[in-house]
Design a protein around this ligand. Structure first.
Ligand code: X2X
Length: 334
């Protein structure tokens, strides 16, 4: 009856409630992989959900969390969630777009003006559209609530990014996704795709001079140690779909599915509030650690993308239905 009672890695967070000597393996032991530090709200809320699930299932279901890309890079882990070697995985929709093209739609540059617009869209028609596209893969599906990564900001080592001209030929790391590369080519930069688990060392060894991520990641991944400037570009909202392997999910009894889904979706909602609360103080905290902040005129960056043909190109790539669903949520983009 016992399904994979021990994980291969040694880094899983222990959420066992049984003492040694009376140890009893859970009936179902499932793995949740992610690319973030333990200190990020995503892992705090995932851990909390794991405890609640264990308790409410009377110990029948154990969720083992593997933070910090312990099971491999995002690209590797996308393979593992498809095969069922991993059961749950939080992944940016943009990176998921290498498998499900529609999943990059929320990453269109400057599409979202604020969080109200984000959550209405992602908990509404735009999110429904993307989740239906993900489900067509048949190997994986997305849980109902997308988790927050955040509005992305631009960090650099040599000089601050103030105008689009500062991006000219800039060696900037982008995550492995066609939309990201296309956007930074549109800005006139020199983007290099690198998985997140290699970003710190790529910045430290100056393989790249810049990267972009929300403040919560700049803080929890300690990117401030290897970057000097932070430009508040807010150029994209990015979220993490909580993906599940379909066959492994279907192998769970209905009552356990209900408990697991309830706590994971609630954790996603709580994580959104945590990221928002954390972000309020982060500019001050990162400044105290030596980062120099600047704001930008976002219209200049958006115009640069427009004149590069970025919006027209991606409207054609996503197709009429997806683009209309996005514009219904955020307003006209072209
Ligand atoms: O790879 C990144 O930069 C990250 C952590 O933001 C994502 O997962 C997209």
């Amino acid at each position: 009856l016992t399904r994979r009672s021990f994980a291969a890695g040694t880094g899983a967070l222990a959420v066992t409630g049984f003492s040694i000597g009376r140890a009893r393996a859970a009936e179902f032991t499932y793995k949740f992989a992610n690319n973030l530090a333990l200190t990020h709200p995503l892992n705090k809320r995932a851990q909390e959900a794991a405890s609640k699930i264990k308790e409410e299932t009377g110990g029948r279901f154990e969720l083992q969390i593997f933070p910090s890309s312990q099971l491999g890079s995002d690209t590797d882990t996308l393979g593992q969630i498809r095969s069922g070697a991993v059961d749950f995985f939080t992944l940016s929709g943009l990176i998921l777009s290498t498998l499900v093209p529609a999943a990059a739609i929320n990453g269109v540059g400057f599409a979202f003006k604020d969080y109200d617009t984000v959550w209405k869209a992602m908990d509404g028609k735009l999110g429904d559209y993307v989740r239906a596209e993900i489900a067509k893969s048949r190997s994986i599906f997305a849980m109902e609530k997308i988790w927050d990564n955040g509005f992305r900001q631009t960090t650099s080592s040599g000089k601050p990014i103030v105008t689009p001209a500062d991006l000219n030929n800039l060696k900037i790391r982008v995550p492995p996704a066609p939309l990201w590369t296309s956007m930074y080519k549109g800005f006139g930069a020199a983007p290099t795709t690198i998985n997140f688990n290699e970003v710190y060392s790529a910045l430290q060894s100056k393989i790249v001079d810049a990267q972009e991520n929300p403040l919560a990641i700049i803080e929890t991944a300690k990117l401030y140690e290897v970057q000097s400037f932070c430009s508040l570009t807010n150029h994209m909202w990015d979220g993490f779909w909580l993906l599940a392997n379909k066959a492994n999910w279907d192998a769970l009894p209905k009552d356990i599915q209900t408990i697991v889904a309830k706590h994971l979706n609630a954790a996603g909602i709580a994580e959104r509030a945590d990221v928002a609360a954390l972000t309020v103080n982060l500019q001050a905290e990162l400044s105290a650690k030596g980062m120099k902040f600047n704001t930008v005129d976002a219209a200049l960056f958006r115009d640069k993308l427009k004149s590069a043909g970025f919006y027209k190109e991606w409207e054609a790539k996503f197709g009429k239905e997806a683009w209309a669903t996005l514009e219904a949520a955020v307003g006209s983009l072209s």
